[in-house]
Every structure is written in structure tokens, then in C-alpha cells.
Design a protein around this ligand. Structure first.
Ligand SMILES: Cc1cc2nc3c(=O)[nH]c(=O)nc-3n(C[C@H](O)[C@H](O)[C@H](O)COP(=O)(O)OP(=O)(O)OC[C@H]3O[C@@H](n4cnc5c(N)ncnc54)[C@H](O)[C@@H]3O)c2cc1C
Length: 556
């Protein structure tokens, strides 16, 4: 196995990882990024799109009453009071500085005719504070960060997937990475390691996450012994499933679509209590993109989910979002950003219905961090979507891009500070153990294929651990995931060209177990976590954060 030594190892080259690397480098240490895909092209930051991809920042431009304190309060209240208030406050108060930095680095956030930044309303915000460049703000942010990384000459290993963390005497001292093309293994040793691997969407059948987002960071952290937090909370939104992935947000709901199932029936009304009209829930949905039980917009996701789960899906497995009854001029003028975006991708929403499904869009929990980005394991830091505690049951729109910059910078700074005080000489036998496990995967001549297990896991997670959850289906899912875990350990058939997928599958199963255990544990309904058997919020018992940790292979 090759060995690469660095001061700060950053795993993941998205918005958070790149920002962390820049800060660590500027603190005067040697920095290495390893990135499973191409730097600047992989992960959610450059590959996500919605009608107004938002960076949340309290500038008080659109409404002078807005300020950082309001932003902080919004994070806590929309989160159902189950986030770390300290971390939430840091995002709110430091987002403006990180925003100005992005502007200096060339991100062209849209402006009003008078030159001030355009700010619009986003989910869970009391005042308009969502800045953006249009549908693909994340890509512009990523381009700017990549330029900064390149200007500094930071070492980047592309197409290298971290397999597991190297833990020596309870301290994280780097990670073993595998080149996804040559399958060559390298031990990256480091004084500090920052996990910035993004989220988990690909473990679900329906997701707007790009390829490769297989919960690797959560799983590696778990196996190393770090704590995860709030894993039951995630964003599941109505998203276009084909021919492109796209969040269906406020503007499109305000047009008043017709939701039609595969049998040609309009179905939403059947799911609404008598006192609610379709128009009222659309109005709520237009300011509440992801599924939540915080308000009645959740009926839309419950209806879409049930139609699909009960077998009345559209041709490609979703439900139709039809705008053909809406005057074309209204679509062109009132929904110009999504209208043009779809047209550029060959879809004319004036004529053809979209197909949507409740799709996983973001993880609100993650690896538990403190205000320095430190995890519960010495030597390991986390930032961005890989990290948890900053947000609770729901998160305000635009907060993730801001979070990545704020905690990316913090993790980079403190990781560099720690690394500069240490000379790491890890026991490389720990890395060799990881190598042995990879080889064992290849050598096992089992009876199950990677694709077969993966398909089952994705289907099961979507059905039982997304919009609608209950004790019975979660318990069955937990047992099934354990069974799949044993299969991966000893009964999987893996060719060389499936090795990376097998490693990803292992990660999705381990992280899936944490999600399901957290969802089983929280016997109440709060925000994005809807338990049909415990349909009410229960502050008396559950006004707290659930932490999950692995010890000797068992989760608790
Ligand atoms: C459709 C969509 C719309 C969204 N809209 C918004 C919005 O409007 N506002 C907002 O704030 N947020 C939004 N989000 C969420 C936001 O885009 C993400 O949370 C954020 O970009 C995550 O950044 P990150 O750096 O943490 O992870 P990512 O950008 O996902 O980067 C992860 C990186 O880790 C790498 N990686 C993964 N596993 C490994 C491994 N094992 N080894 C090495 N490298 C690895 C990947 O290759 C990638 O480089 C949206 C998300 C989606 C999917």
C-alpha cells in the first residue's frame, strides 16, 4: 500500500471540503483533499438545482427587520428545538462574512436594479434572506472554491474514495483511500482529518442526490466510533425524477398544478381533511419545499407517497405534476427560472407533465460536531452535510450552502491548529487491517450480487424510512439491514469492477442502520419525522437530540 503524509486530510471536495481545505492551507499547514469523483464536479454542491438555489444570509436588504439573531431563531424554531443552539447561532452570525468572501471570489449572486443583492423568501425564514445566482447557485459557488483551491496549489487526489478511517489508540490519524479506477490503495496519514463527504440520498430509491452520494462519511465515522446525531431527520421533497432531477419548489406550486396518478385520477383531495382545500395546501407547499408535519403541506407528500407505494404510479414510477391547464404566458412570466431551466433540458412544462416523487434531498443530521467542527473522536472533524447538530427536525432553505461555508472554514481552521502541534507516526498495521477487509470482499465467492442487495436496500429504505414510518416497518427494516450487513460481510459476490459499489453498499447499510435506529427510537412526530403510530409531537419525552454510536459492530 502506498503512503501519503499530510497535515490536514480533507475527505470530500464539495462546498464544505473545499472551503475547509482553503482555510487549513491559509493557516499554514500542508493540506490534501481526496475526492471520490472529480473535484468541482462531484457531490451535491455543483450538481444540485432548484428553481432558486438559495444561500441563506441575513443581510436585511429585502426587509430591514431581518438580522442574524432572527436567522438564528428561525433555525432553532423550524428545527423543532432539537438542534445545538450554539451551532445554529454560529451559522446565522457567520454566514454574512462567508457570503461576502464568495462574492470576492467571483460568485455572481443576482442583484436588484439598484445594485443590492436580491433576497427572496425561503422555507422557514421570517424575512426574505435567500440569495442566489438562479437555479444552480451551488455550481457557481463550487467553481469559485475550486479556483481558490487551485490558486493555492492544494494537493487534490481525484477519483479516490476513502474506505475507512485509520484509528490509532482512539485517535483518527488519516484514512485509507482506494483509487476508483486502478483500485490501488493508499494510506493517507494526517494530524487532523476532516470528513466532508456530503449526504446519503443514494441509499433511497428516489433521490435528487447525484451519483456517488452513498453516506460514506456517516458510515466511516460510525465504524471508527464517532457519534452521529439527528439521523432520523432529513429533507424529502417533491422532486422531478426524470429526465432530470429537480426540486419542485414554491414558484411551481403557486401555479396550481394538477396531481394525477397513473390511472389518470386527480387524487390530492382524497387525502385532505374536510376543513382544508387543495389551494390552501398548495399555498403552504409554496413556502415549505420538504416534507414536514409542521404544517398541512405534508398532506401533499403523504398523498404522493401513498399513490406510488400502493401501485398507482405514473409511467416512470412517480405521479404527474400537470400544468397544461395553466396559461402558457403565466408559466413563462411567473415561473421563468424553472421554465427556462427545463426548456434547456428539453422539457416544455407548458405542454408535458412532469413526473415527481417524494425524493431524498438532504440529511439534517450527521456526525456530531461542536463549534470547532470537532467530532466525538480526537483527530476527526466534520463539516457540511456530513456534520450534524447544526440543524434539527427541519432546516431553513438556504442554510446548507451557508453551513458548508461557515463550518467548512471553522473545521479547516481548528484542524490546522491541531495538526500544526502534532507529528503523526501511526501504526500502519491499522491501515493494513482496512486493506485486508477490502481484499476479503473481493475474495468472498458469495451467492448474492451487489446490484440485487442494493436494489432491495433502496426500495426498503424509501418505503419504510422516508415519508411514512411506524414501529413495525422500521423494525423489519432494521432486521433486514442487519441481514444484508451479514451478507456483505460473508456472502457477497464481488468482481473487481464492482468493488467500489460493494464498498458503497456497505456504507449505505451501516448508515441506514443508524437512520432506522434513530427513527425507531424517536417515538413521536416532529418536523420531517412522521410516525403514524405516534402522530403527535411529544415535548415532554422527546425535546432532545438522539445520538447513535457503534461499539463492537453494534449500534446504540
Ligand atoms: C436538488 C438539490 C437542491 C438543493 N438546494 C439547496 C438550496 O437551495 N440551498 C441549500 O442551502 N442547500 C441546498 N441543497 C443542499 C446542498 O446542496 C448540500 O447540502 C451541500 O451542497 C452539501 O455540500 P457538502 O460539501 O457537504 O457535500 P457535497 O457537495 O455533496 O460534496 C461531497 C464530496 O465528498 C466526496 N465524497 C463522498 N464520499 C467520499 C468518499 N468516500 N471519499 C472521498 N470523497 C467522497 C464527493 O465526491 C464530493 O466531492 C440542495 C440539494 C439538492 C440535492
Amino acid at each position: 500500500m502506498r503512503i501519503h503524509r499530510t497535515d490536514v486530510l480533507v475527505i470530500g471536495g464539495g462546498g464544505a471540503g473545499s472551503r475547509a481545505a482553503i482555510e487549513a492551507y491559509d493557516s499554514g499547514v500542508d493540506v490534501t483533499i481526496i475526492c471520490k469523483g472529480r473535484h468541482g464536479l462531484s457531490g451535491c454542491t455543483p450538481n444540485s438545482a432548484s428553481e432558486w438555489m438559495a444561500y441563506g444570509v441575513a443581510l436585511g436588504i429585502a426587509d430591514p427587520r431581518d438580522n442574524c439573531e432572527m436567522h438564528f431563531r428561525d433555525i432553532v424554531s423550524i428545527g423543532g428545538y432539537v438542534c445545538d443552539h450554539n451551532l445554529a447561532r454560529i451559522i446565522a452570525y457567520e454566514s454574512p462574512d462567508r457570503f461576502r468572501e464568495l462574492v470576492d471570489w467571483g460568485v455572481e449572486f443576482l442583484r436588484e436594479p439598484d445594485g443590492r443583492f436580491k433576497q427572496v423568501m425561503s422555507d422557514g425564514a421570517t424575512y426574505p434572506r435567500a440569495c442566489g445566482t438562479g437555479a444552480d447557485t451551488g455550481r457557481q459557488i463550487m467553481d469559485a472554491l475550486k479556483r481558490q483551491v487551485e490558486e493555492r496549489g492544494i494537493t487534490v487526489f481525484e477519483n479516490v474514495m476513502a474506505v475507512d478511517l485509520i484509528v490509532d489508540g482512539g485517535v483518527v490519524v488519516g484514512a485509507v483511500g482506494i483509487d476508483t479506477e486502478s483500485l490501488e490503495l493508499t494510506a493517507f496519514t494526517a494530524g487532523s482529518t476532516i470528513m466532508a463527504t456530503g449526504g446519503h440520498g443514494c441509499m433511497y430509491k428516489y433521490t435528487v442526490f447525484p451519483e456517488g452520494m452513498t453516506a460514506d462519511g456517516y458510515a466511516m465515522a460510525l465504524r471508527a466510533g464517532a457519534k452521529l446525531v439527528n439521523m432520523e431527520f432529513m429533507q424529502i421533497g417533491p422532486c422531478v425524477i426524470t429526465p432530470l432531477k429537480f426540486d419542485v419548489g414554491g414558484i411551481l406550486w403557486r401555479l396550481g398544478p394538477r396531481l394525477i396518478n397513473g390511472l389518470g385520477e386527480e387524487f390530492l383531495e382524497r387525502y385532505l381533511p374536510e376543513e382544508l382545500t387543495v389551494k390552501e395546501v398548495y399555498n403552504l407547499k409554496s413556502v415549505t419545499f420538504p416534507f414536514t408535519m409542521r404544517n398541512a403541506s405534508g398532506y401533499i407528500d403523504i398523498a404522493n407517497f401513498t399513490e406510488i407505494a400502493e401501485g398507482r404510479a405514473s409511467g416512470n414510477g412517480g405521479v404527474y405534476f400537470d400544468l397544461s391547464h395553466v396559461p402558457a404566458s403565466k408559466i413563462e412570466s411567473e415561473a421563468s427560472i424553472p421554465f427556462k431551466y427545463f426548456l434547456e433540458h428539453g422539457v416544455d412544462i407548458r405542454r408535458k407533465p412532469l413526473e415527481i416523487a417524494p425524493s431524498i434531498q438532504h440529511m439534517n443530521g450527521g456526525i456530531l460536531i461542536n463549534e470547532r467542527g470537532e467530532t466525538s473522536l480526537p483527530g476527526l472533524y466534520a463539516a457540511g452535510e456530513a456534520a450534524g447538530g447544526q440543524h434539527g427536525a427541519d432546516r431553513p432553505g438556504g442554510n446548507s450552502l451557508a453551513d458548508c461555508q461557515v463550518f467548512g472554514a471553522r473545521a479547516g481552521r481548528y484542524a490546522a491548529e491541531r495538526a500544526s502541534k502534532r507529528i503523526v507516526k501511526p501504526d500502519l498495521r491499522k491501515a493494513e487491517k482496512i486493506e485486508d477487509e477490502v481484499r476479503r470482499l473481493l475474495e468472498t465467492d458469495g451467492s448474492h450480487s451487489v446490484s440485487e442487495v442494493l436494489k432491495d436496500v433502496r426500495e426498503m429504505m424509501w418505503r419504510n424510512a422516508s415519508v411514512i414510518r411506524d414501529e413495525d416497518s422500521l423494525s423489519k427494516t432494521y432486521s433486514s439491514l442487519h441481514r444484508y450487513r451479514r451478507i456483505v460481510q460473508s456472502d457477497l459476490s464481488v468482481d473487481e469492477d464492482e468493488l467500489v459499489s460493494a464498498l458503497e453498499l456497505r456504507n449505505m447499510i451501516d448508515a441506514g442502520l443508524a437512520i432506522v435506529l434513530a427513527a425507531l427510537t424517536r417515538r413521536e412526530t416532529r418536523g420531517s419525522h412522521y410516525r403514524t403510530d405516534y402522530p403527535k409531537k411529544d415535548d415532554e419525552n422527546w425535546l432532545r437530540l438522539i445520538e447513535i454510536q457503534m461499539a463492537n459492530g453494534d449500534l446504540k
